[in-house]
Design a protein around this ligand. Structure first.
Ligand code: AMP
Length: 280
């Protein structure tokens, strides 16, 4: 595996590979890698000639500075895991390599309502930050296929929109959420859960299953109330739990004949967890 720290070096190297006809699969991450991240890279390996992973804890997408400071950094372990998965290239840039002109005058994108609902409402500015880094990374790596997790469903939709908006030639491939054996969606933030909280955390997954199973039986407002109560009783503080149209994340009051998704964000023991489940 080659490790690149300089944007220009990586850009030149990958451009040469593409000229020779090799396809590039890219999975951007913030590190503290788990099987969910590695699944993206395994998928990339199946579909593309060269797999690239980036690890960059992007400051512009953290609306809470404490969350940024506490974000786990495990570079040595990450490198070992990437070697085991057979990843070809790791991009490990500094802040200056990603934002050479600083972070104050970065582009602003128009994602419409998709940016202001759910995560956007609770984390103002988050998606602008995600797209600022994504835009820059896509310019450097110029992948043929971009691999993103369904775990961050709203982010996935927003990245698709960015690609459309800027006419970037890349296929966006979504990867199903990988879970621990008890159902908890894998996340780097799970490392911050206390042992006691870790035991309670799968209640999110159980609640999503409960909603999926009762979708046809219980009216949505009642179902959502029951779901929220379940989580509150387990000690969660719920930011949101909604059933939405899976295409635009507009909340739904009753079943529709389109793909629906349930999305949840809740705090447990000072850690914010998000998860979702496609309902149809
Ligand atoms: P992050 O390091 O949290 O920014 O995540 C990097 C990528 O990994 C994003 O595309 C996430 O959606 C994806 N990802 C994170 N957790 C999981 C998971 N449990 N299963 C599948 N993909 C995931």
């Amino acid at each position: 595996m080659f490790i690149f720290k300089k944007s220009n070096d990586l850009k030149i190297y990958l451009a040469k590979q593409q000229q020779q006809g090799f396809s590039i699969g890219f999975a951007p991450t913030m590190g503290a890698l788990h099987q969910g991240h590695l699944a993206l890279l395994k998928m990339a390996k199946q579909q593309c000639d060269i797999t690239v992973c980036s690890i960059f804890v992007n400051p512009t997408q953290f609306n809470d500075p404490k969350d940024y400071e506490k974000y786990p950094v495990k570079t040595d372990e990450d490198i070992r895991k990437l070697l085991e998965t057979g990843t070809d290239i790791l991009f490990l840039p500094s802040k200056e390599e990603i934002y050479p002109a600083g972070t104050t005058n970065l582009p602003i994108y128009d994602f419409g309502e998709l940016e202001t609902v759910l995560e956007g409402a609770f984390r103002p500015g988050h998606f602008q930050g995600v797209e600022q880094v994504m835009h820059r990374l896509l310019e450097i790596v110029h992948p043929d296929v971009l691999f993103m997790g369904q775990k961050d469903y709203q982010q996935l939709l927003i990245v698709r929109k960015l690609v459309d908006l800027l006419h970037i030639k890349v296929k966006v491939e979504s990867c199903p959420t990988l879970r621990e054996t008890d159902g908890l969606a894998m996340s780097s933030r799970n490392l911050r859960l206390s042992p006691e909280a870790r035991k309670k955390a799968p209640a999110i997954y159980q609640t999503l299953l409960f909603m999926k199973e009762n979708l046809a039986e219980i009216p949505f407002p009642e179902l959502l109330k029951k779901a929220e109560d379940r989580l509150t009783q387990e000690g969660f503080k719920v930011d949101y739990i909604v059933i939405a149209d899976a295409n635009d994340l507009q909340p739904l009051e009753q079943p529709v004949d389109r793909k629906m998704i349930c999305l949840v964000a809740a705090w447990l023991n000072g850690v914010r967890l998000i998860d979702n489940m496609l309902l149809r």
